[in-house]
Design a protein. Structure first.
Length: 240
């Protein structure tokens, strides 16, 4: 009887510790994570701290997760990747996949995360990404935990940019505090601008758009002033 009780307890413990050797997905999809954890997303109070820019083919840059209140938040699981564009991937995975769009998630994960082993991290299994139609620039473009982490915030991973300019990119990350029925959070994404030609072109286009908008506003003000002056003159002439 005692032996059976021990086996039952061990079985329960094994069931409770969900996915101890890594996330079973290559994309961050809120509904699927909620089903796996058996609770909806809750805030762990985590925020992302990112560099302003990266250099294509250049040195690795830090991606840091910290608590908004400056405290230490312990966690055990992570799934992270970087996508081209300025939209958080979990917003795209929430809508159906459509040809020619990023519905269902951005299909390309760019750059490479480094120094994984020292942080109990690993590259996501290639077959998992292939099954979700994700193309990784490198095996370590998508990463997860290799065992239950003993990590806490602030937590920094290094990301090496792709050799080819990807323009503005978005960092996507979900953190789990533990096993099933424990809090988890999709961290609000941040963007890193490219210091390469693509990023410069995007910045130039944005600046030109702002200038055009400002010019249009100035022209409208002048037109309104002329109209008001004409109306005032007409009113004055009528009185005379």
């Amino acid at each position: 009887m005692h032996f059976i009780q021990i086996i039952s307890l061990l079985t329960l413990a094994a069931m409770t510790l969900a996915f101890p050797q890594g996330a079973p997905r290559c994309k961050i999809t809120e509904s699927i994570i909620a089903a796996g954890h058996k609770i909806p997303q809750g805030s762990l109070g985590l925020v992302m701290n990112l560099p302003a820019s990266y250099t294509p083919g250049g040195a690795a840059v830090p991606i840091t997760v910290s608590a908004a209140n400056g405290g230490a938040v312990k966690f055990q699981g992570v799934l992270a990747y970087v996508t081209p564009g300025s939209v958080q991937d979990s917003q795209l995975t929430a809508i159906p996949a459509n040809p020619g769009t990023n519905g269902g998630g951005v299909p390309q994960h760019v750059g490479t995360f480094t120094n994984l082993g020292a942080q109990q991290l690993r590259a996501q299994t290639a077959a998992i990404c292939t099954a979700q139609n994700v193309t990784n620039d490198n095996a370590a473009s998508t990463i997860t935990h290799s065992q239950p982490l003993t990590a806490q915030t602030p937590f920094t991973v290094m990301w090496t940019p792709p050799a080819t300019d990807a323009g503005v990119v978005t960092v996507n990350m979900v953190i789990s505090s533990g096993s099933s029925k424990t809090p988890w959070q999709i961290i609000p994404s941040g963007q890193i601008q490219s210091a390469g030609a693509g990023g410069a072109a995007a910045d130039a286009a944005k600046t030109a758009k702002k200038a055009k908008k400002a010019a249009a506003g100035a022209a409208a003000k002048v037109a309104n002033a002329v109209k008001a002056a004409a109306a005032k003159a007409a009113k004055k002439a009528k009185k005379a």
